[in-house]
Design a protein around this ligand. Structure first.
Ligand code: SF4
Length: 469
């Protein structure tokens, strides 16, 4: 059987399909390929830079859905199904709101696919697909059988960093977070030896662990970091602030090759953090001593903020931006709060009659990327969106990028740190600003299959036409 995997794009910029120059490997497909018996053939199309060959022969199309790509995923699914191709949908959005995905699929996978993937393929081979495959729910099930097969990305253009996963789930359950509410405080780790063997065999030298919180299980993380030392790699990951409270643990992280972390500060307001149920950030009188320690370690920090909780105003958002600038973070994300269906935050907004776009902003014709999907407490939805955009602009002016680079403890610490800082700051800045105002979905504007129609910066080789494959 031939399986076609598709990573959907988000939508249209200036009525043309968006090209994300900061795109990373869609790890889900490497995991699915690793789970697939060898008799099946795989092909992957990444809608973020490739045309989808709707007429190419295939037996099963499988599409990964996230909330910002759901509309586009349904467009692709509907088009394949119109010519009789079976389509399976899975991913976070399908798991959170299965009844919506079911209307666009022959089969949906709810939860983690590992325990049901082989069954789904067998059923597809014998033309007896079931409408629903219930994968691991609520964070149960072992991760021992994961075998990441990155060969599926051969010949495709992504940022030069290998993605992998050590653990899945989260020990917190923040009000707004899809991950927290799918896994419901459960957190599981893969065997350390398996992760190390895969990375050693792959030979990757720069790795990003996609784990929501790589330090959630400290004893397991300690084992991983000890073992990583032998690989002599550089790695990035995501972590809650607890790592910065333990100097010995931080030292071990650095020895293991950690060069940077995404850290969710989310808000400077304790009331907001309480309302979020962001328990891992509560109890610190101030972030300042922790940030000081992180800076002294030399780690590059990607600081993430979530803006729009009930105590926020345009003024507090600017104050948050100023605080971030004063800390000279390598990168900062000023994310607008969004109501994701299936989360307590979404339910609360519905109960308080504060949802906008009929409560389905991700499908609504008028929604644009960067807007919010609910009525904030102390300002209008437009004022919140503008304040978040202003924070992004202020943090990313060319003078500010240069000013932040002049930090001897972090960005000037080594040539590699400085090169990384300057390679990615302009890139992320451009993509952030380009995405603002994007329409979700393609609305009939398919990407041209003619490679010469691509933007020059991608080059023709990065998108061979389907007929050349
Ligand atoms: S800590 Fe992060 S991943 Fe965990 S529930 Fe909260 S927002 Fe989600």
């Amino acid at each position: 059987m031939k399986i076609t995997g598709i990573k959907p794009n988000m939508g249209l910029v200036a009525d043309k399909p968006y090209y994300d120059r900061g795109r990373m490997e869609p790890l889900t497909f490497a995991v699915l390929k690793g789970l697939t018996p060898p008799e099946h053939e795989w092909v992957l199309y990444d809608d973020r830079f490739e045309a989808i060959p709707y007429d190419e022969a295939t037996d099963l199309v499988t599409i990964n859905t996230e909330i910002y790509t759901a509309r586009r995923a349904y467009e692709i699914a509907d088009r394949f199904r119109a010519r009789g191709v079976k389509v399976a949908l899975g991913g976070f959005h399908t798991t959170m709101i299965p009844e919506e995905s079911r209307a666009h699929a022959d089969a949906i996978v709810i939860g983690d696919a590992e325990p049901v993937w082989a069954q789904l393929l067998d059923d597809a081979t014998h033309n007896r697909l079931q409408s629903t495959y219930q994968g691991c729910a609520g964070g149960t099930g072992s991760l021992d059988d994961i075998r990441t097969d990155w060969s599926i990305f051969a010949g495709k253009s992504y940022l030069p960093v290998r993605l992998t996963q050590f653990s899945r789930g989260c020990i917190n359950q923040c009000e707004y977070c899809a991950t927290g509410n799918i896994y419901r405080k459960s957190h599981r780790c893969r065997p350390v030896s398996q992760v190390i063997r895969e990375l050693a065999h792959n030979g990757a030298k720069l790795v990003f662990f996609v784990d929501d919180n790589i330090v959630a299980d400290k004893p397991q993380a300690t084992q991983l970091f000890q073992a990583l030392k032998a690989l002599n790699i550089r790695w990035f990951g995501q972590a809650d602030l607890s790592f910065a409270t333990d100097p010995a643990f931080m030292d071990l992280m650095l020895e293991s090759g950690c060069v940077g972390l995404v850290v969710g500060f989310e808000s400077l307001d304790q009331g907001n953090l309480s309302q979020m149920k962001k328990n891992c950030n509560l109890g610190f009188e101030s972030y300042d001593p922790l940030v000081k320690r992180i800076r002294q370690s030399g780690l590059l920090t990607w600081a993430a903020f979530l803006l729009g909780y009930d105590n926020d105003t345009p003024e507090t958002i600017m104050a948050t931006c100023d605080w971030a600038l004063s800390k000279k973070f390598a990168f900062a994300a000023f994310n607008i709060l969004m109501p994701y269906p299936g989360t307590p935050f979404y339910d609360r907004m519905r109960q308080e009659d504060r949802l906008l776009y009929n409560g389905r902003w991700w499908l609504h014709d008028d929604y644009r990327f960067g807007m919010t999907g609910f009525q904030p407490r102390h300002c209008s939805a437009d004022e919140l969106a503008q304040a978040c955009l202003d924070a992004r602009l202020r943090h990313n002016t060319i003078p500010q990028i240069f000013r932040r680079s002049l930090d001897r403890k972090t960005h000037l610490r080594s040539f590699w740190s400085l090169a990384t800082y300057f390679a990615y700051n302009p890139l992320f800045r451009d993509e952030l600003l380009k995405k603002h105002g994007m329409k979700l979905g393609y609305r009939g504007q398919e990407r041209p299959v003619n490679a010469s129609a691509l933007p020059a910066y991608l080059g023709n080789a990065s998108n061979p036409s389907p007929s050349s494959k």
